[in-house]
Each structure stands twice: as structure tokens, then as C-alpha cells.
Design a protein around this ligand. Structure first.
Ligand code: DGJ
Length: 723
């Protein structure tokens, strides 16, 4: 790995990848190349103007135009008509700054980003960071662009700092984390779209002329668009083609755009959504963008996913649970919803401990007078009338049964029917004098306010200090409306969405570091905030409120593009399934749910011996294999979006162990024989496949024959080991 500056070119490279920035004679920062490894000295700026109607940026070089040149952090109003990476307005209303290279520094490792989640290094040898300062002296503006290159992974982390170096205030109206300009070509892109209970679905498109993209305006990363983009050469598949994955380490409003202009070049940007965004910068103040993680793969989607998985599992997630296998849990939500008593919970716990479950999670409804979703959020004291004991006593009961105990919270929320709201009616987000819009009968606390953040940290600290709580589920069940904060002056209201997320990160940092041994699982009505920002604080995330096995095939397939299995909360629930009414066998439900942080979410006390025994076997199997699920390289074999079945596998780093999953989504008569071609094995090594010895190359080229009778949900798990 190295970052070199030669002939005015910064070359960031490792064995497989190059990223080249050129400082032009005019001091512009040009985005010269990003892709497979090349030699920087061989390339030159291409600035042939293809026609008229260009403005040139250098009177002595009329063909030099920012309208067509590839740039690192393009300005608005200075002859580039494409999407700018940032926008500012000074106190006189001027808004045409033009950044020119000023200086740079190289640092070992990766500097922390204060107040924001980010990928990290554990030793300075893992990465190197280039910081380029560009400035516009007239506007008193300075922008620092950060690029961290990893030695062993094809990863570049980017973010920017925008500083007001002048005397007067300026407004920052847009600040993207990354801007990339790709040469003319035929490209496609994938984003993970969806809705509540249908998250992270693959949507693959051709890049076409004009602006396309996706965004969130919800105050959260959202169920509808995950903050992740795959941009790639047309025709790329799992194993072939150039892919650029861009993942934004941010949990708030985001925007990704892909802009193909008249001359076929393509600009790709990701960052905070400029929608209703502005940030006032007074003299000397700095705005820091979230981090964008760029992963390059020269051989298709699988390699890109492996890089993201490894990076996010080991250098984004933190804490004692980062490298540990996760406890198998029983959550009472779909089993009881709000209708539980202590006895009912203990009956479930008894059955759970018999079959080998390790953690009991008490979900919503344990506090205030909450027996439905209309009240009590904010009143975080136990409903002893309902539960008949304190939380500490309940935790003890669980511990006696050999189970850890975990608790559900929705800390950011407030019900109108709550003591907290009666006491602090101004703490919720709303426009004074205007009736706010409720979502799930609730309002959201204004996390831009210090006293609100202190209140949340305070009650969580008290509860976690006073009972043996070893797991926390952190939920968030509505999006932000009625945006206004009484704590911000009128010219800072545009900072609200971002300040909310900064407030959330401050709370999460405080609470998770105060309770380092607690396992935190992020949740937002399932996958409403399933993003890398949350993973920095909580190493797992409840991937979706949809627990149906077939639906989960899509959700887990899409999510696997970027998120490692260790981060995916996944449970077996009852049938008929509560979201789609489908009846799947316990075998199918277990097979699908075992691909992540595994658990059960149903009333186990209602089940017969046969089902409990089957679960006991599932748990035994999962315990034997969870290390591989969490740390193995993940290969997608059959795509449920484009075929009637789905298959995937995990391969250990030393290629000695593998675990293959195959599930029929929809069976059909007169079926073909399925030759399931495996991936990632050692071609010449011999493997034992259910007692049959085969070489890696046979398994990968000929495949495993799936010859049993099929039916909807038919599934197989094949364990493979090297002999
Ligand atoms: C939404 C979550 O995703 C569910 O798992 C459950 O915790 C409910 N909220 C509780 O209200």
C-alpha cells in the first residue's frame, strides 16, 4: 500500500487497485482514475472539448474546461454544470466558490472523525491517509478532503471538512461525502430498495442520461432506500466485472446520485441529502461530512461483498461482542405482543432453556401502562402491575433458568399519553402551535436538545445499572415530520436533521461505552435504520419485521451485498406467518433464520414435544456452525430475485470448511435437475460432502446435484469439510 505524489499526481494504490488524483496546472483537483491497478505516470489529463457551449477555466488553455473534466470535489457556478459536491453562500449572497489545491499531508493509519461513526484501524500499518486542502481565498473557504487507503483491502474511505476561514458567516447548503467522475461508458447500478417488512430488495438498472438515484428524506436512513450503491460495468455479475460499492456511514437523510451527462461521462455522489439541509458556519467553524466507504472489486459482486463484510465486521463494529458468536435468543414480541404476564414469560423461558436458547429478550410493553402502542413511551419505569415484579427480579428468574436477560427500549420516542409528555410538552419534535403528525400514535424526542439527550442517557444508565441486563434492543418506530427545534434559531433550523443524528450518536457512544459488556441490537421497525452508522455502536441489527422464511430470502440476499451475516438479526416465528400468512415448515424457517444472529420469536410454551425437539436440533446445529456463519466468506449461489430458488454458502478463510444452504422458493412440476455449483473452495483439495469425497474443482464446476423431490420451502444444508 502506498500513497505517492509524483508529477502532480497523487497515486493511492495497493496491489489490485489505483486511485489517481491530479493537480492540474490550474490547481484544480482532477479525479483522474479509479479502478484496477495501473501506473500513474502513464496517464494524462484528457480535456478535449467535444463541442461549443463550454466555459473555459483557463484563458491560456481554451480547451481546459471544468464542464467536462473529471473532478474530486466539484464546485457550483464555476463552469461545471453537473451536480456540485458542495454549495455555500456567503453573507452577501455570493455562491460561486472555486476550490484550488493548497496543500496536503500524509498520515499513517486513519484519523478518527469526531462525533461521527467511521471505519477504524487497530494499527497504523493497516492504512494510510491523504488529506488534501483546497481553498477559495476570495470566499475564505477551505475544504479538507480525506482519503484513507487500506493495505490489505480494496477500500478507500472518504469524507470532507468544510471550514469558514473568513470573518463573516456563511451558509453551507450541501456537502457530499464523495464525488467520483467515471469516463464515458456503459454502466449499471444496484440499490437496495424496499418498504417496511420488505427491505433491501435488489433493484438493478441501466445508467441512462440525466440524473438518477435514490435518497431518504425521513430523518433516518430508512426502510425504503439503504445508504448503499453498487455502480458497475454493464453485464457485471457475481464473479466478473468492475464494481464500485459505495456505502455511507450515516443513519440520517442521505442521497445518492448518478448523473450521466451529454458526453456520456458519469458523476456519482453520495452524502447527506441537501433536502432541507443548511449549516451555518461562523468564523473558524468546520462542518464534517459523514464517511463514505468505497470498495472496488475487479471481479464482480462477490469480491466486493467479501471486502465489505470483512471491513464492517472487524473495522466498523466495535466492542467485546465484535468477534464473539452471538447468543441464540428468544424474543416474546410475535409470541405475545403486548399481552403477557410474568408467568407467561417464564413459561416461554422454561421451554427456551430446555432447547438450548441462551438469551431471553423482553420486548415492548413492560413499562408505564403500555398495553398497546398508544401510550407510555418516555415513561421508562416497569409496569409492576402487569409484570408482578421488577426488571431486576425478572432478570434473576431468567438467569436461574440459565438464560441471559435482554430488554427492549425505544429511547428516542415519546407518547402523548405519557408522564414525560405531560411534564415536558416541548421536548417532542413539533412546530409550536401546529398539531404534529403522529406515527404509530407517537412523537419523537428532540435529540438536538442537550437536556433531552441527558434524560435518555440517564434513564438507560439507571435501568442497566439496576438489573442484570446483558442485551438491549434499541427500536425506533416512526420517521421525522414537523421538523422544528425550539433550541435552534431561525437560520439554524436547516441543521435539524443532521443535529438529530449527531445527538443520537452522542447518546449511543455514551451508553455503549458505559455498558461495554451489553450486546446492543439496533432496530427500527425492522430494517428502518439498518446502516453502517448504527453498526458502529451496535454490532447487530434486526434486519426486518418480516420473519417469513421466503420473504427473508430476498431481504437477506439483498442485505448480503454489503452487510456481514454477523450483523443480521434473524428469527424463526410462528405459522401462519404474521406478516404474509404463509405456512412454511419449521425446517425451512430454521434453515433461513440460521444465517445471522439467530433466534426464535414465538410462544414456545404452546409447542408440542416434536417441534421443540426439532428446534433443539436446529440450535445444536447452529451452535456447531455459527463461527463459520459469522466469519466465513459468503458466496451467493442462486438469486431468489431472478430464479425460483435461492442458495448461498460460507467458506472458512483456510478453505477447509464450508456450509451450503439451498432453499426452493417456488416448486414446479417436471423440474430440472439442479447442479449447484459451489464457490470459493480450494480446487485441488478433497472435500467430504455428506460422506462422498469430491475435489473442490468438481464441486465448483460440476456442482452438487440436488435431486430430491421439491416443494415450496424444500431446503437442504450441506456441510463440507476438507479431508
Ligand atoms: C418494531 C420492532 O421491529 C419489533 O421487533 C418489535 O420490537 C416492535 N417494534 C415492538 O413495538
Amino acid at each position: 500500500m502506498a500513497i505517492e505524489l509524483k508529477d502532480n499526481k497523487f497515486h493511492m494504490f495497493n496491489d489490485e487497485m489505483s486511485y489517481i488524483i491530479e493537480i492540474s496546472r490550474q490547481k484544480d483537483l482532477l479525479n483522474s482514475y479509479y479502478g484496477a491497478r495501473i501506473d500513474a505516470e502513464d496517464i494524462e489529463i484528457q480535456s478535449n472539448l467535444p463541442g461549443a457551449f463550454f466555459c473555459h477555466a483557463d484563458d491560456n488553455a481554451p480547451s481546459y474546461s471544468l464542464s467536462v473534466l473529471a473532478q474530486e470535489y466539484p464546485s457550483a457556478g464555476a463552469s461545471d454544470f453537473r451536480s456540485p459536491a458542495y454549495e455555500i453562500t456567503n453573507d452577501k449572497g455570493m455562491h460561486t466558490p472555486e476550490l484550488k489545491y493548497k496543500s496536503h499531508e500524509l498520515v499513517k493509519g486513519k484519523p478518527k472523525i469526531s462525533g461521527l461513526p467511521a471505519v477504524y484501524t487497530e494499527s497504523d500499518d493497516e492504512a494510510e491517509t491523504l488529506i488534501i486542502t483546497a481553498a477559495d481565498e476570495f470566499y475564505g473557504l477551505e475544504v479538507r478532503l480525506f482519503y484513507t487507503v487500506f493495505e490489505k483491502l480494496n477500500v478507500i474511505c472518504r469524507h470532507a471538512e468544510v471550514k469558514n476561514c473568513g470573518k463573516s458567516d456563511m451558509m453551507l447548503n450541501n456537502a457530499q461525502s464523495v464525488s467520483l467522475d467515471f469516463p464515458a461508458g456503459e454502466y449499471e447500478y444496484i440499490h437496495l430498495e424496499g418498504a417496511w417488512v420488505r427491505e433491501k430488495h435488489i433493484d438493478r438498472n441501466n445508467v441512462h442520461k440525466g440524473i438518477q438515484g435514490f435518497e431518504s428524506r425521513r430523518g433516518a436512513s430508512g426502510h425504503t432506500e439503504n445508504p448503499f450503491l453498487m455502480f458497475f460495468d454493464k453485464g457485471t455479475n457475481e464473479d466478473y466485472g468492475n464494481v464500485y460499492g459505495i456505502s455511507l456511514v450515516y443513519s440520517g437523510n442521505h442521497r445518492f446520485i448518478i448523473e450521466q451527462e451529454a458526453y456520456e461521462t458519469v458523476r456519482v455522489q453520495a452524502g447527506i441529502n441537501p433536502f432541507e439541509f443548511s449549516f451555518k458556519l461562523s468564523e473558524g467553524e468546520v462542518f464534517t461530512t459523514p464517511e463514505a466507504v468505497l470498495v472496488y472489486s475487479d471481479s464482480g459482486f462477490a469480491k466486493m461483498s467479501h471486502t465489505f463484510h470483512k471491513l464492517y465486521r472487524t473495522r466498523l463494529c466495535r466492542g467485546v461482542w465484535r468477534d464473539k458468536v452471538r447468543p441464540i435468543l428468544i424474543n416474546n414480541w410475535e409470541g405475545t405482543y403486548f399481552d403477557f404476564t410474568k408467568d407467561k414469560l417464564l413459561n416461554i423461558a422454561d421451554a427456551a432453556s430446555q432447547i438450548g436458547v441462551e438469551l431471553f429478550v423482553l420486548d415492548d410493553g413492560w413499562f408505564g401502562h403500555r398495553n398497546d402502542d398508544c401510550s407510555s413511551l418516555g415513561d421508562w419505569y416497569v409496569n409492576e402491575k402487569k409484570l408482578g415484579c421488577t426488571i431486576a427480579e425478572l432478570a434473576e428468574e431468567m438467569n436461574k433458568r440459565g438464560l441471559k436477560f435482554g430488554l427492549w427500549f425505544e429511547p428516542e420516542m415519546i407518547s402523548e399519553d405519557s408522564d414525560l409528555h405531560r411534564e415536558h410538552p416541548d421536548w417532542s419534535i413539533s412546530v409550536p402551535g401546529v398539531k404534529p403528525h403522529l406515527g404509530r400514535h407517537q412523537l419523537i424526542l428532540d435529540l438536538t436538545r442537550k437536556e433531552v439527550r441527558e434524560y435518555i442517557i440517564g434513564f438507560l444508565t439507571d435501568i442497566l445499572n439496576n438489573a442484570n441486563i446483558e442485551y438491549v434492543k434499541w427500536d425506533m418506530n416512526r420517521n421525522i415530520t414537523d421538523v422544528y427545534s425550539a433550541s435552534l434559531p431561525f437560520n439554524r433550523q436547516g441543521e435539524f436533521y443532521h443535529r438529530y443524528i449527531l445527538g443520537l450518536y452522542e447518546i449511543l457512544e455514551t451508553v455503549t461505552s458505559r455498558f461495554p459488556n451489553v450486546l446492543f441490537e439496533g432496530c427500527s421497525g425492522g430494517g428502518g435504520r439498518n446502516d453502517p452508522g448504527m453498526l458502529y455502536y451496535m454490532p447487530q441489527n434486526w434486519a426486518s419485521d418480516d420473519t417469513d422464511a421466503t420473504e427473508r430470502l430476498y431481504i437477506q440476499y439483498g442485505g448480503s451485498m454489503v452487510y456481514p451475516a454477523s450483523t443480521v438479526g434473524s428469527h424463526v416465528s410462528a405459522v401462519p406467518n404474521h406478516q404474509v400468512g404463509r405456512i412454511s415448515s419449521l425446517k425451512t424457517r430454521g434453515t433461513v433464520a440460521m444465517n445471522g444472529a439467530f433466534g426464535y420469536e414465538l410462544d414456545l410454551s404452546l409447542l408440542g414435544e416434536e417441534e421443540l425437539n426439532e428446534m433443539k436440533e436446529q440450535i445444536k446445529f447452529y451452535k456447531e456452525n455459527r463461527e463459520l456463519v459469522i466469519t466465513g466468506d459468503y458466496y451467493r449461489l442462486l438469486n431468489p430475485f431472478t430464479s425460483r430458488h435461492s442458495a448461498w454458502m460460507y467458506v472458512s478463510e483456510n478453505k477447509k470448511e464450508a456450509l451450503v444452504y439451498y432453499v426452493v422458493k417456488t416448486a414446479r412440476p417436471s423440474n430440472e435437475t439442479v447442479y449447484l455449483q459451489l464457490k470459493g473452495l480450494n480446487p485441488t483439495a478433497k472435500y467430504n460432502v455428506d460422506g462422498k469425497i469430491m475435489t473442490g474443482r468438481t464441486l465448483m464446476n460440476h456442482g452438487v446435484i440436488i435431486d430430491d423431490t421439491e416443494y415450496d420451502g424444500y431446503c437442504r444444508i450441506i456441510r463440507i469439510h476438507n479431508i
